[in-house]
Design a binder for this molecule. Structure first.
Ligand SMILES: NC(=O)c1ccc[n+]([C@@H]2O[C@H](COP(=O)([O-])OP(=O)(O)OC[C@H]3O[C@@H](n4cnc5c(N)ncnc54)[C@H](O)[C@@H]3O)[C@@H](O)[C@H]2O)c1
Length: 488
């Protein structure tokens, strides 16, 4: 399929309801991972651009917060409708930005953004405080108030979805947002901003600025910012959380993982294999919540591995814009290098390569999906986040043993269990130290369910009503119905 001609954005940034350019900022290329072609160029935000975005957001936010929630919600829901109408075009852009196959982006990216805008648009009119009765007629009421200007920092794997998962709840609560996409995938968030304007969002409510870590850092440390929501790696999370703490700002941290997927002997084998495939190879393994440590009970180990290898061999790698393709390239040459190094490490550590794992030569950042068996808990490939299509299969004997091993990690993003034993399934779900868990499926993240991590995987939750708590604060108002007394 030919690449679309219009991938170059109208300008690098989107501020105060319009595209803004400042060629004084460091230029960087937008690279299509399918072929390695340069498909656009954007400039990192200069201090003047960062200041303009902060000023626009600060100026616009009070009037936005003063609107009724129902009015704000109507705008978000209109944006959701526009996104659904343009799903094809937005999915093609997401594929160009990330390299993820169109067969995925058509169902998982713009549509997920629309879900978030629709869901939080629906909630916006329902946000209320409470009334607390006290003795002698006194009472307290609480007001749920917006935080002010919020900053969103995005990773490169889901650029449209991340912009909306942060923007929708922030805006529903009456905040303004400045979103900085990953420098690897700068295109999609601009479209979200453009569509919000078209849907009626006042200028300044959702702004996009481009750049690397320094631009993110300038936003995080600015005193005009009340909250920072990051989707990224643990090392970046540490820095951003510390910088935000200095200004006593609210944070949401959606970070990395090394999540366990536990498959018992009694599991439905085909479903378990599907979950292992989805939880390791969907988006070419570039998903934070992936179940990259697949614990398989010894009784079904060889059967599981054989079926897994057979089904993985039927993956269709090819032109990401061809809907028949179901496995795309890595997002960048650098990420492919990281993954290939881990594959070499796995071999050197003595893990058994059951399938794939080789770089595919030619244009673009292609790699075969890799399956390792006989992986042990101490191996680097079982301990560190790889963020690519590398599955580690580990064996286990008992429930007690596997739960302890599953939790023996610094991360705590997600976990899954496959079993037909209903009480064991719930015991495992309760025992996992992770924010999102699944029983007999993996990686489903509907907007209605809270999503986020425990331990080093993060702080706070996205999606669901829980996100409202993270984008608003409660003010209490004490009302006296009695004369005020004093000791003298
Ligand atoms: N938990 C989740 O919801 C989730 C979802 C997707 C990805 N991730 C994680 O993201 C990582 C991959 O994405 P990535 O490589 O883009 O992450 P990254 O940590 O390198 O970058 C994330 C964002 O932070 C910005 N940034 C970097 N340094 C900064 C600083 N000092 N101050 C402010 N901003 C800074 C980057 O420019 C980028 O926009 C993986 O670890 C993955 O697990 C987590």
């Amino acid at each position: 399929m030919p690449l679309p001609k219009d991938t170059q954005p109208k300008a690098s940034h989107y501020i105060n309801g319009a595209y803004v350019e400042d060629t004084g900022g460091t230029p960087f290329d937008v690279i299509y991972p399918g072929t390695g072609e340069v498909i656009g160029k954007v400039h990192a935000a200069t201090p003047a651009v960062i200041d303009a975005a902060l000023e626009a957001a600060r100026a616009a936010q009070p009037a936005w917060a003063a609107m009724s929630g129902t009015e704000r919600g109507r705008i978000l829901r209109r944006a959701a409708d526009i996104i659904r109408e343009r799903n094809h075009e937005l999915s093609v852009l997401e594929t160009c930005d990330t390299g993820k196959p169109l067969s995925e982006t058509l169902v998982a990216d713009a549509t997920s953004a629309a879900d978030a805008l629709e869901y939080f648009g629906g909630l916006a009119g329902t946000l209320t405080g409470e009334h607390i009765q006290l003795p002698d007629g006194d009472f307290v009421y609480t007001r749920r108030e917006a935080l002010g200007v919020c900053v969103g920092l995005g990773a490169w794997n889901y650029p449209t979805q991340i912009a909306a998962w942060k923007g929708a709840p922030a805006l529903a609560c009456g905040n303004a947002m400045i979103f900085k996409p990953s420098e690897t995938t700068p295109l999609c968030a601009l479209k979200v901003a453009e569509i919000l304007t078209e849907a009626g969002a006042p200028p300044g409510i959702f702004n996009v600025v481009q750049g690397m870590g320094e631009v993110g850092s300038a936003l995080v440390t600015d005193p005009r910012v009340a909250k920072v929501s990051l989707t990224g790696s643990v090392p970046t999370g540490r820095k951003v959380y510390a910088a935000a703490a200095d200004g006593m700002k609210y944070v949401t941290m959606e970070l990395g993982g090394k999540s366990p997927l536990v498959i018992f002997d009694d599991a439905d084998l085909e479903s378990a294999v599907s979950a292992a495939i989805n939880g390791n190879f969907y988006s070419t393994g570039q998903i934070c919540s992936n179940g990259t440590r697949v614990f398989v009970q010894k009784g079904i180990k060889e059967k599981f591995l054989a079926r897994l290898a057979e089904r993985t061999a039927s993956a269709t790698l090819g032109d990401p814009l061809d809907e028949a393709t179901n496995l795309g390239p890595m997002v960048s040459a650098a990420q492919r290098e990281i993954v290939l190094r881990y594959i070499e490490t796995g071999k050197a550590e003595g893990a058994r390569m059951v399938f794939g794992g080789k770089a595919i030569e030619g244009d673009g950042f292609w790699i075969e999906p890799a399956i390792f068996a006989d992986v042990t808990d101490d191996m680097a490939i079982a301990r560190e986040e790889i963020f690519g299509p590398v599955m580690s299969v580990l064996d286990f004997d008992t429930e007690e043993e596997v739960l302890a091993r599953a939790n023996d990690t610094e991360f705590g993003l997600s976990a899954g269990v496959f079993t037909r034993d209903i009480t064991r399934a719930h015991r495992m779900a309760a025992g996992f130290r992770a924010g999102s868990t699944w029983i007999n499926t993996y990686n489903l993240t509907p907007v209605e369910a809270p999503f986020g991590g425990s331990k080093m995987s993060g702080v706070g939750r996205e999606n669901s009503r829980a996100a409202i708590e993270h984008f608003s604060e409660r003010k209490s108002v004490y009302v006296s119905m009695n004369p005020t007394e004093a000791p003298f």
